[in-house]
Write a protein that binds this ligand. Structure first.
Ligand SMILES: [Ca+2]
Ligand SMILES: [Ca+2]
Length: 388
């Protein structure tokens, strides 16, 4: 059971306009076009008139990817859920790029592992010398029995808990990794091929992208693509917050974190192509699993950016990370929210919502989707066409 995350009202308005325009004897085309436009689509049309034509590059197109046309948008928070690190809203201009239509699936990640022998972060022993850099000075080394491969798994408590302590629903599980999402007893089978790969660190995601000749999106590219060509707005689907009676994406329903209702049919992840895609053809940009971006996280990224340029062109993120709440832990950006997102906790099912995670951390609700510039795609084609 899946639900649409696309801009249905805008699509219906477009279809209605097309119907009216097909009856020229009843309505003059110019006036009917004006009357048909909703405030949202009117704004999009005005914006589009100042942007380069959305021309899709010539075929062949990279398999499984959709074209995100060049353009400008207002990057940053909209609505009461927006957090301080989403401000100031600032103007960003991006070149066009290709983006995977779906989050990377278990089947795709297995192919990478089988071809390269790659071992993910969660499958390796944690290195104390690296971990202690992120802990308060003097933190004693834990017993070696603790420093074994594992990852973070969602573990719902038996009853209501304070929401200011995530350790009450997150558990470090030895033996949890992308092949064993819930722990050693939960080995993946072919039946799970279409689910998004999870428990991948930022380093794992980058390794996959390099193998595929692709890269992770910048957070500007991710936010722009999630909007599906619409102006910046509170949610990708409009202004209505998700609720138990409105489930526009694979999120959390019920009381978080102890009493799930799974009204969208999924307690955890859903197949990567199981929803209605947005106008660009992208599935599950909101919800399902969080998606790694290339950028280092800084709380003041937008402030620093807005001070430099009126319009930021293809912003790549800061040179290093700084999260004031955990300054010793370098973090990369995640976007889009996950099947655990709920209004009572993080409300991160928004195009502008930013999350930050240490690049060596995999979790059961975190995956990724690569992007590719068109010149890089042409170079890849040329290289593959040359005989060895
Ligand atoms: Ca769900
Ligand atoms: Ca997602």
């Amino acid at each position: 059971m899946t639900f649409s995350i696309s801009s249905v009202p805008a699509r219906l308005a477009t279809a209605f306009c097309a119907l009216l325009l097909s009856i020229p004897t009843l309505l003059a085309a110019d006036s009917s076009t004006e009357q048909c436009l909703t405030p949202t689509s009117r704004a999009a049309s005005l914006l589009a008139s100042s942007q380069p034509a959305a021309t899709t590059p010539p075929k062949p197109h990279p398999p499984g990817m959709v074209w995100i046309p060049a353009g400008e948008f207002d990057m940053g928070g909209v609505g009461p859920e927006a957090r301080p690190d989403e401000f100031p809203v600032h103007r960003v201009r991006l070149d066009g790029f290709w983006m995977d239509a779906t989050e990377i699936s278990n089947a795709e990640f297995r192919r990478f592992v089988e071809e390269t022998g790659y071992i993910t972060t969660a499958e390796k022993n944690p290195e104390w010398e690296e971990i202690k850099k992120q802990l308060p000075p003097g933190t004693p080394k834990p017993d070696d029995s603790v420093l074994v491969p594992g990852s973070l798994v969602f573990s719902p408590p038996a009853g209501p808990v304070p929401l200011n302590n995530h350790s009450l629903w997150w558990q470090w599980v030895k033996g949890a990794d992308w092949k064993h999402p819930l722990g050693p007893h939960s080995r993946l089978s072919k039946a799970h091929d279409s689910l998004p790969v999870v428990h991948v660190s930022w380093d794992d995601a980058v390794a996959f992208c390099q193998w595929a000749g692709k890269r992770l999106p910048t957070e500007a590219e991710w936010e722009y693509a999630s909007l599906g060509g619409e102006p910046a707005r509170r949610f990708t689907w409009g202004d209505t917050p998700p609720s138990d009676s409105f489930v526009p994406a694979n999120l959390w329903q019920g009381d978080f974190p102890h009493n799930p209702k799974t009204l969208d049919g999924h307690l955890l992840s859903a197949p990567v192509d199981s929803d209605t895609p947005n106008a660009y053809g992208l599935h599950h940009m909101i919800g399902n699993v969080w998606e790694w971006c290339a950028d280092w996280y800084r709380e003041d990224t937008y402030k620093r950016r807005a001070e430099i340029d009126a319009v930021s062109v293809n912003p790549q993120g800061p040179d290093s990370s700084l999260d004031p709440s955990e300054p010793s832990v370098p973090k990369r950006v995640n976007r889009g929210g996950s099947f655990l997102c709920d209004a009572s906790y993080c409300a991160s099912y928004r195009p502008a919502a930013r999350m930050k995670t240490s690049p060596d951390s995999g979790m059961i609700h975190t995956g990724f989707r690569p992007v590719l510039s068109d010149p890089d795609w042409r170079r890849l084609l040329e290289k593959n066409e040359k005989p060895d």
